[in-house]
Design a protein around this ligand. Sequence first.
Ligand SMILES: Nc1ncnc2c1ncn2[C@@H]1O[C@H](COP(=O)(O)OP(=O)(O)OP(=O)(O)O)[C@@H](O)[C@H]1O
Ligand SMILES: [Mg+2]
Length: 546
Amino acid sequence: MEIQVIENNTYISLKHKDGSFPNCFTFIFARSGYGKTLFMESLIEEFYRAGYTVLILSDVKDEFELGYAMFPPKKPYHLNRLKNDGKPIETKPVKLYHPFTLNIPSSKIPEINFYGFSLKDLRRPEWSMLTESAWESDTIRLLLNASSSISPNQGLFDFLHFIQDNIVGRKEGQSYKPDPNAFHLRTTGGTAKSLQDVASYFMTFKKHPFLVSDNSDLKKNLDWKKILEDQKHYHVFGTRWIDDEKLKEFTILVLLNQILRNRKFTTKPCLIIIPEIRFLVPIRPKGYKEFLAKGITSNLSIMRNVGRGGNSFATDSQVWSDVDESVRNSGTNTFYGELGGSKDIENVTKSMRYKSDRSQQLKHSDYPRSVIMQEQPEENWDLWLPGHCHAEEEYDFFEMYKGHFYEKMQSYKPLIDKIKTTIKEEENKIKEKIKKQIQKEKEEIEKKKAEKEARKQESTQKIEEKVEKVKEKEEQTKEVLMKLAWEIHQDRNLEPSERSYRAIGRKLDLNHITVKKYVKEFQNKLDNENNTPVGLEPIESFGGDE
Ligand SMILES: Nc1ncnc2c1ncn2[C@@H]1O[C@H](COP(=O)(O)OP(=O)(O)OP(=O)(O)O)[C@@H](O)[C@H]1O
Ligand SMILES: [Mg+2]
């Protein structure tokens, strides 16, 4: 970056003396209201003129601050300065972007591209920030798996249910009641606990449903190939209707990742602007910011050379000490205006080894809004102004837009209604699926119960059969004894004393009463079998037997 002096004013040319236009990272640190944004606006114009695609990824003031580039300047200080510098008034065509949200007012508003991120396009850094989980954790593995497995027509409900059904699993035989407030997920106890945590991170998307299916029209509104080749417009991304700080910053991370991923397929060099970088890469990030900062810094470290022509980057911050050191150190051009606090002045002075006159400049500049450049600290520079309007404090973007482009104002109620219907349909589909699932589970439980009952009956039957067999065996033994007793008793070859019940009892190890019973029973059996009494002589009684 070269600095050229035009009369009393200072003009920064981005071209090197040899005519080359190297990519650079520009940082500007100064207290609030010092002119940082005006300076960035002038810088953007230089890149725009050089054929860069201009992408402004955040809007800290929720005012589409950089969108004012579409209006001509009005303030006397601005017009006079342009006149003095011989710089023409020059508005820029601007495209505005905003994540889709149910908070969009239904009244007429400026023309805005409401977009969504495909669930299939999110990667490790984005999932990690959203769920505040380490890059290598199980949670991230689950989310990445679900993201790549769902089909292009599946949205957030299906995505979360995929995690529930295929990955988290449930305790067998135990079913949890689906929670209608938590995307109808079954989120109680046991293995489902992590699912409950995961679901809680997605609650905010009920109000801001911009995580969408891959084939959603909202995703098509973010046609990166078209945007990245379009260096005619400024592309300004805002989040004014997203009332959740984390979600606002999440969109910046996703936008940056998607731009760099898509830069491979496009040919124009890009200028990426992220105002107030200290919010994204604070010096000591905590909670989700830890993962956000990691995502942003890893992108910043590679972005200069990604894609044909590479990329340049510019940012500002009110406080130098609040910005992550490695990010601060990645600047190729760093400017300091008056700083806000003595601690910050002390830190910069120490870090840059500035002498007291330079340090004084950080406290009270020699003339209003002048800056020093880290790389050439000897001089003070009074930077030039953009050819278009700047967002002055008392301005209202919508009012000004109405004044200039009334015919473009429109109501997005039809879009809101359409998306609401899509979500309702998706929810109903899931409810239907759950109903069927529960019915199936019920049937399965019934089936298992019936099977158990059948098995029980079978076992009982088997035991009975066995007992029967044992009894049969006993019967057979008894029958043998009965037969034997009867035969002995009938055997005329024996002495009567040997055929007595007592004698038989001694032989067969039975009581004489039992022997008598057996002989009688056997005789009865024979009688029954032949149906006619066998003509045996009546058994004489033997002494002592009766
Ligand atoms: N050269 C100038 N002459 C007169 N007024 C100026 C000049 N530069 C800036 N201003 C005034 O200062 C205001 C703030 O400028 P700007 O918005 O660029 O500050 P900033 O450093 O970005 O502040 P913040 O940190 O709050 O975003 C401008 O709206 C303008 O009214
Ligand atoms: Mg500003």
